[in-house]
Write a protein that binds this ligand. Structure first.
Ligand code: CTP
Length: 408
């Protein structure tokens, strides 16, 4: 839990749709991240979920009516939006999209959306049947909302409550949470393409055994998420991990170092940044067996022969000499003399930035301490959770890209 929404005031609007059940979990996730949540429901939404549930989850009274004489000035549409950090309408039905696109204000939720100060972002998570979503009328309203600066989260494709399949499902609560948190992050890498490797590799010995390492992928996945939050188009080439893909990140799964190399080289064209976070195996087994190896009667142990894998980071760095892109960032795990070894490794790899992990203890942990090495020396990023460090790293990279563009 990063408490990324600490002290944020969020108005959570629910319009009518079966996805209201997901809004309950979303509300809980928002409060867990430290947000203070004011729930506003349309009359249609109250047919799908009760105000009591949303009140219990948000810890605040729920507003369902524009005419509420319990409010001293009877101006909930003003009171709720002044001082709010964002309004998130989830689910946003086709009809509510129509209202927003046309500036309607015939219930509390639509009125407060219209009455919000310009600085308060309006974010909507559409939820509807696939035909309703694809209908030109909805697409017209969608284009209008985009033109008006409204952020659209989703929808996702998949099986729908009505039994049909296609686009129109509301994003899952945790994806919406990620989108909302991202909305508050500075767009330092807008328009940039970032390619990242993460996780361990797996070098087969036979069809059921192999050699791997303790990398969990957490740091690489956190960097992928932070890059996406910063507005980049992110491709993640991942070795085997149990981690969920950060929302909005394109992911290619691989096993061996060779597959990781091939996937990276296929994707590297046009990338602005390459970050090699993966713990890539230095060697592969050349005499791997096609069949499961059996124990020998005489107790003889198998003899494995190894061959060195290509250094993916070095291969990518070699391509930058032509165009100057991508900007290459490497990682190094050292168990001793990090400051000395880090600087040497950066030079040896021929890359502008190297991130040194202190010790092998980082593998699988949720937090870390790192040292950044560049041509001017080194900087310590003190111990923090991996997402915080990832955001700091992205900001350091963005600063250096900015300097490069100015130099060109
Ligand atoms: N790397 C890579 N391909 C490899 C090996 C490493 O892309 N075949 C990348 C890693 O993703 C990381 C960096 O190179 O960014 C680590 O470099 P490396 O020299 O392998 O680091 P160590 O394993 O720490 O090196 P050494 O074994 O020399 O200590």
């Amino acid at each position: 839990m990063t408490m990324d929404l600490k002290d944020k005031k969020i108005v959570l609007g629910l319009s009518g749709g079966v996805a209201c059940y997901k809004a309950a979990e979303l509300c809980r996730a928002l409060t867990r991240e430290g947000a203070s949540v004011q729930v506003v429901m349309t009359e249609a939404a109250t047919h799908f979920i009760t105000a009591v549930t949303m009140q219990a989850l948000s810890g605040n009274p729920v507003h369902t009516d524009q005419w509420d004489t319990r409010i001293a000035n009877n101006m909930a549409h003003i009171d709720l939006t002044r001082g709010a950090d964002a309004i998130l309408v989830a689910p946003c039905s086709a009809d509510f999209m129509r209202k927003l696109a046309h500036g309607a204000c015939d219930d509390l939720l639509s009125t407060l959306c219209l009455a919000r100060p310009r600085a308060v972002p309006l974010l909507v998570a559409p939820a509807m049947n696939v035909e309703m979503w694809q209908n030109p009328a909805t697409q017209r309203n969608l284009a209008q909302l985009r033109a008006d600066g409204v952020a659209i989260f989703g929808p996702a494709a998949g099986e729908q409550a009505c039994g049909e399949v296609g686009l129109g499902r509301m994003l899952e609560p945790l994806d919406l949470l990620e989108e909302l948190i991202a909305a508050f992050q500075p767009k330092l890498l807008a328009g940039r393409r970032v390619l990242i490797t993460a996780g361990p590799t797996f070098e087969a010995i036979d069809p059921v055994r192999g050699i791997t390492n303790l990398s969990s992928g957490k740091m690489g996945y956190a960097i992928a998420r932070a890059a996406r939050e910063a507005g980049a188009d992110v491709t993640l080439v991942s070795g085997p991990t149990a981690l969920p893909t950060p929302h909005g990140v394109r992911r290619t799964d691989v096993q061996s170092a060779q597959q990781m190399h091939d996937a990276v080289m296929a994707a590297v064209g046009g990338q602005h940044v390459f970050i090699g976070v993966a713990a890539v195996a230095d060697w592969r087994v050349v005499n791997a067996s096609d069949q499961k190896m059996k124990k020998q009667e005489d107790g003889a142990a198998p003899v494995l022969q190894f061959e060195q894998n290509a250094d993916i980071l070095a291969c990518v760095a070699a391509t930058t000499s032509l165009s100057g892109w991508p900007y290459c960032v490497g990682f190094a795990a050292e168990t001793e003399n990090l400051v000395e070894y880090g600087a040497i490794k950066r030079e040896k790899k021929g890359i502008p930035l190297l991130v040194g992990n202190i010790g092998h203890h980082t593998f699988g942990q949720d937090d870390n301490t790192v040292i950044l090495f560049d041509e001017t020396g080194h900087t310590v990023l003190p111990r923090a959770d991996k997402l915080t460090l990832a955001r700091q790293l992205i900001s350091e990279i963005a600063k250096r890209l900015e300097q490069r563009s100015l130099l060109k």
